[in-house]
Design a protein around this ligand. Sequence first.
Ligand SMILES: NC(=O)C1=CN([C@@H]2O[C@H](COP(=O)(O)OP(=O)(O)OC[C@H]3O[C@@H](n4cnc5c(N)ncnc54)[C@H](OP(=O)(O)O)[C@@H]3O)[C@@H](O)[C@H]2O)[C@@H](O)CC1
Ligand SMILES: [K+]
Length: 520
Amino acid sequence: MQALEAASETAGVSTDALMENAGLACALRIRQRMGGAAGRLVLVLVGPGNNGADGLVVARHLRRWGADVCCYIVRGRPADDPKMTDALAYGVAVVDSSEDHGRPNLGRLLGSCHLVVDAILGAGRYRPLDGLVGDVTVLVNSIRSDRPDLSVVAVDLPTGVNPDTGAADPRAIVADETLALCHPKHGIANFPGAGLAGRVTVLEIGLPAVVSAAADADLPTEWMTPASARALIADRPLVSHKGTFGHLMIVAGSRNFVGAASLAAQGAHRVGAGLVTLAAPDSVYRLAASRLTETIHLPLPEDADGRIDPSAADVILERLNNYSALAVGCGLGLSDGTATLIERLLLLGENPPALPTVIDADGLNNLSQCADWDKRLRAPTVLTPHPGEMTTLTGRPTVEVQADRLEIASQSAKGWRQTVLLKGAHTVVASPGGQRCILPFANPALAAGGTGDVLTGVIGGLLAQGVAPYDAARLGGFLHGTAADRVRSQRGDAGVVASDLLDHLPAVIADLRGPRATRV
Ligand SMILES: NC(=O)C1=CN([C@@H]2O[C@H](COP(=O)(O)OP(=O)(O)OC[C@H]3O[C@@H](n4cnc5c(N)ncnc54)[C@H](OP(=O)(O)O)[C@@H]3O)[C@@H](O)[C@H]2O)[C@@H](O)CC1
Ligand SMILES: [K+]
């Protein structure tokens, strides 16, 4: 952002103009969050740099719209600060921390306000919080934890989070929402900083078009937003039939994992796949069929333990010409037989159309048993490991995978020449061509068995509709994450089950799509 700011100046757009845009965008979002400005009491914590200047612009606009606004100057600002002059002119109250010994004024303001804006520190050069700033942040965090009705909204980054790494000072602000200005900084993408940011809303600050186009081309990592997800949702023609939206084959399930197969199939239906066939062991078919009324079934021979028998590869392969995508893995089980099945379906070139494929869970575990699997995977594929499965595939310890999720996902995608979706808080998606994106979801409700099976079905359903692998993975992950957030907001963190996500998926898609007219 510092480089982009300099490029903007060169292109004729001053930092002051960007700051004004940023401050207005933040004020609009805060007003929306509060359900209006009039009569609200807002406390803006103002720091010494440009983040503090943004805070003064926010204060001025909220005051203009009728809020009662007080700026608490945490650390001295220049004597002739024009943003301060403007804020005062609009009637913003100002309290200086140097005149608030023992902080009685800050305590009183925190006790009575509706919302706190953290504009103390942003993306400037990072150093640990000094005593003065730390005193303020500790008090804010402590009153926030006593007052569930109090929202803390951070401008750009929560104060105390290292913008480049996501490391956090122990006294860093805990925010309910962070308003990321233009390109979110790594500090709120990486944990622990990401865990302090709350909901992240990305705001435009009006970079000149030439600068933002160059940045989009240059920046290696995309932060998925509703707007970027919307751009990936295809129109559904009015004149269409079930064949228009593809046919997915799901190879899944074993005696112990009947539900995995069923959840994957429902995930695919709920994102609009035209037809879904579940190829599962005969005993799984008998249990799942009554529940999956819309699914086509292909019962398969099974071994003594209720896993798909490798001879089933013939049954599947001879039908694949009629399909548009393949999803493999959910609840398959792990044995020599299932590894042989995977090898035949995916590695031996017997799958003539080389269908776009998503491989998950035991699909990945079985794949890792096959020699040189990464060199032999022919079809355009999305691999969706969780960190443990990534360890199995790469041989790198899970702590290493977790410490550098973006890089490891990207290196793997390039090395395997396939799309990789690395699950976890802030799921990462990387393409073989070097694109990569972060899905901004960290939701403990997703830490439940079966949610990965739904995701596989969702990605498979999108692949079947002709969405390219990298787009299917990031859009699928975004739909899944948004559905999970909705479930969490209704039901809380614990006790959510994977099937709760399913009913939300169509509405998530419809809301993203918006009222745009469907084109023929
Ligand atoms: N770039 C853009 O295009 C745009 C940027 N914008 C905004 O600018 C923000 C970046 O502004 P910035 O560079 O002035 O940095 P910021 O963090 O506000 O303050 C740095 C000051 O803090 C001080 N300080 C640092 N650490 C400290 C500590 N631990 N404890 C105490 N003090 C500490 C440090 O002092 P020093 O370390 O030098 O003593 C320095 O004085 C960015 O996040 C966004 O909000 C938008 O308006 C739109 C356009
Ligand atoms: K801040």
